[in-house]
Design a protein around this ligand. Structure first.
Ligand SMILES: N[C@@H](CCC(=O)N[C@@H](CS)C(=O)NCC(=O)O)C(=O)O
Length: 218
């Protein structure tokens, strides 16, 4: 049975944003059952976990044949192994891989910087000066991706792992005003959210946090 790791609890702002959701979503799209290993306090620092996920982060993944980490790599493994969510033919497959790299490398670092200023360093003096530059860069990238998307439903033909990454990256902008200026991308994100596999995956992640909260308050 495939196993992924996840946190038993995160603060409210992070719910739906933790990256195990990407893997849950892909597995739900394909219809593959999986187990979730919830990391207990201190476990992320254990030598055993670090030998699986060197940064002590989630998600990590084990399908019995391959054990790896990094949400992008995990999505590629799942798609490749199952011949799903990876485009059509050689060109289609490489278009998906290219978009996977583009979302992770060319877009997401800027989005992470926004989360850093708005959430992790909220209220610190330097953020007021830095934030407009970050927003400008994110908007530039979003304009470029929106142009590349054009009238298509998905980034590279059929729905693929690149769309899982892009929709989830857009979700990390949910606390900001940025997406309001991008109706095409808002519609794209909503299309992603409308997929039954996304909803199943999201509810599964949220249920864990709710169950932990119940346990803590019992
Ligand atoms: N590039 C990694 C990032 C993983 C990551 O940032 N995971 C977060 C949760 S979404 C985490 O575990 N944060 C806790 C930490 O960094 O210690 C991936 O895509 O898998």
């Amino acid at each position: 049975m495939t196993v992924i790791t996840a946190f038993p609890w995160v603060p409210k702002f992070a719910r739906g944003l933790v990256r195990d959701l990407r893997i849950r979503w892909a597995l739900e799209e394909i219809g593959l059952p999986y187990d979730v290993h919830l990391l207990q306090r201190g476990e992320t620092d254990s030598a055993e976990y670090r030998s699986w996920q060197p940064f002590g982060q989630v998600p990590a993944y084990d399908d019995g044949t391959v054990r790896l980490f990094e949400s992008g790599a995990i999505l590629l493994r799942i798609a490749e192994e199952n011949g799903r969510l990876l485009g059509d033919g050689e060109q289609g497959k490489w278009a998906v891989i290219t978009w996977v790299m583009a979302i992770l490398n060319t877009l997401e670092p800027h989005i992470f910087q926004l989360a850093s200023t708005d959430i992790f360093h909220k209220g610190e003096g330097w953020t007021a000066e830095r934030r407009p530059q970050i927003v400008e860069m994110i908007e530039k990238r979003l304009r470029e991706i929106s142009d590349a998307l054009g009238d298509k439903d998905w980034l590279a033909g059929e729905f693929s792992i690149a769309d899982i990454l892009f929709v989830h990256a857009l979700d990390a902008l949910g606390h900001s005003e940025i997406l309001q200026g991008f109706p095409r991308l808002t519609a794209y994100r909503d299309r992603g959210h409308g997929r039954p596999a996304y909803q199943t995956a999201l509810q599964a992640q949220l249920r864990v946090f709710e169950a932990t909260e119940k346990e803590m308050s019992a």
